[in-house]
Design a protein around this ligand. Structure first.
Ligand code: MLT
Ligand code: ZN
Length: 450
């Protein structure tokens, strides 16, 4: 590490407090790295990887450490490569509707800067006020707006990235279209920092929607909330967010960051519409009718600021849940939208059978349910019971035609389960792709594959 510190003066630390702070992410997993390095340019990243490659040192790329599956948790002897100092918005190209950013740019900061230019970058992970674009690219992050606008991958036009041996590559195009060669950009997006380290990101942006309307729908029955989700979409309306919170989640939020969600509600839908004022006003009317027909209660936020408050409360769900129990095993399964009610019934049954509290919320419009198994890591018996539930939940998800992860990725926490979903031939192809990019397995080893 001394040599690395000499190569990058002022950018390497082995201080215990840094090793502690850079040793965990939002998964709750933790391990101490051998050093932390803060890159400030692609050349720094190339130097670090070149050195690590020659010396067989594992490198763990890291944005804000807000990932939920241990993607940036170090392995033994590893160097954590923090991209947080590479945080410049390099170019806003209005004419070609794209932006060029460094990986350490905070998602929310980009959103706010673009708004000043009447532009819009839709992907909005709940952690948007602290997660980085680089982390979003590594995880292919989604968020509530994915139901209408898609996820990070749908916006990445091209990347500058550094290969594990230190070579700098450029992928993708600056044009609206491009089909020359294999699509390395789409391959790198969502590769969880296992193939290359991203140092620049070109993103497609959209015009800022003229107006936003937020609706709150309350149901005393979960099945009817599920039916409302299906009815809204089959009526040809695509809200920009269609979020679901169950009773447990509503209680947790109200106890943590009260916004007035009634606590006697069984299920709540938070619905956002965006577009031209007249169009979305009509859509809001139609949605209200659908909700009332399903015996739900509906209210409209009085203005955009009030709507944003509700969305903020939604974004606070994750921290709020820690007030129920010290540990949450946070899964992010997705099922075909029409199967949500069945999935929720299974989750209720599993909770009743095991006595373990399961709290559910998530992106109902995408069939993406955040299943939070609440336990206490220090109570071994309870924690084991909670852990055992994970496989049951995954089995039920796959039986319904779902996937183990809608947006948080595999990382460390789901690596042991990947073969439940991915068959041997496909898994073998994936591992061989990893081998082509990273023959020495130095980049984020142990992630995705068991
Ligand atoms: C969310 O939608 O709030 C995030 O994906 C985080 C979480 O699942 O807790
Ligand atoms: Zn989510």
């Amino acid at each position: 590490m001394k040599k690395l510190a000499e190569m990058l003066p002022g950018k390497v630390s082995t201080e215990p407090e840094d090793l502690l702070c850079y040793g965990f992410d939002a998964s709750g997993l933790q391990a101490a790295p051998a050093a932390v390095v803060w890159a400030q340019s692609a050349e720094d990243v190339a130097k670090i990887l070149g050195f690590a490659y020659s010396n067989n040192i594992p490198v763990i790329p890291r944005g804000a450490g807000s990932g939920m599956t241990g993607g940036s948790v170090p392995s033994k002897g590893a160097v954590v490569l923090s991209l947080e100092r590479m945080n410049k918005i390099l170019e806003i190209d209005r004419e070609n509707m794209s932006v060029l950013v460094e990986p350490g740019v905070i998602n929310g900061n980009l959103q706010r800067e673009l708004q000043r230019h009447k532009l819009f970058y839709p992907p909005d992970p709940a952690s948007m006020d602290f997660c980085t674009i680089g982390g979003n690219v590594a995880e292919n992050s989604g968020g509530p707006r994915a139901v209408k606008y898609g996820v990070t991958r749908d916006y990445v036009m091209g990347l500058e990235a550094v290969l594990p041996d230190g070579r700098i590559i450029n992928t993708g195009v600056k044009t609206a279209k491009g089909v020359v060669g294999y699509d390395l950009t789409r391959l790198l997006v969502g590769s969880e920092g296992t193939l290359a380290v991203v140092t620049k990101v070109r993103l497609r942006v959209l015009p800022l929607p003229e107006a936003v309307i937020t609706l709150l729908a309350l149901f005393d029955d979960t099945a009817r909330a599920g039916a409302a989700v299906g009815k809204i979409l089959t009526n040809g309306i695509i809200p920009r967010a269609l979020e679901f919170l169950d009773r447990g989640t509503i209680h947790a939020v109200e106890n943590y960051k009260p916004v007035g969600f009634p606590k006697d509600t069984e299920a709540l839908l938070l619905i956002e519409l965006d577009g031209r004022p007249q169009t979305i006003a009509k859509e809001a009317e139609r949605i209200s009718e659908i909700i009332r027909n399903l015996r739900g209660e509906v209210t409209m936020a009085e203005d955009e600021a009030a709507g944003e408050k509700l969305c903020e409360a939604r974004r606070a769900v994750s921290p709020a849940l820690y007030h129920l129990k010290p540990t949450k095993i946070n899964e992010d399964i997705a099922v075909p939208r029409s199967r949500i009610p069945e999935m929720l019934m299974t989750l209720n049954r599993l909770s009743e059978e095991t006595g373990i509290t399961i709290v559910n919320f998530g992106h109902a419009g995408d069939g993406n349910i955040h299943v939070n198994i609440m336990a206490d890591r220090n109570n071994k018996e309870e924690y084991d019971r909670a852990q055992n539930l994970v496989k049951e939940i995954f089995r039920a998800t796959l039986e319904l035609g779902g996937t183990l992860s809608g947006e948080h990725g595999v990382g460390l926490t789901k690596a042991a389960y990947i073969s439940m979903e991915i068959p041997p031939a496909e898994l073998d192809l994936m591992k061989r792709i990893k081998g082509v990019f990273d023959p020495k397995n130095i980049l984020n080893p142990g992630k995705i594959f068991p």
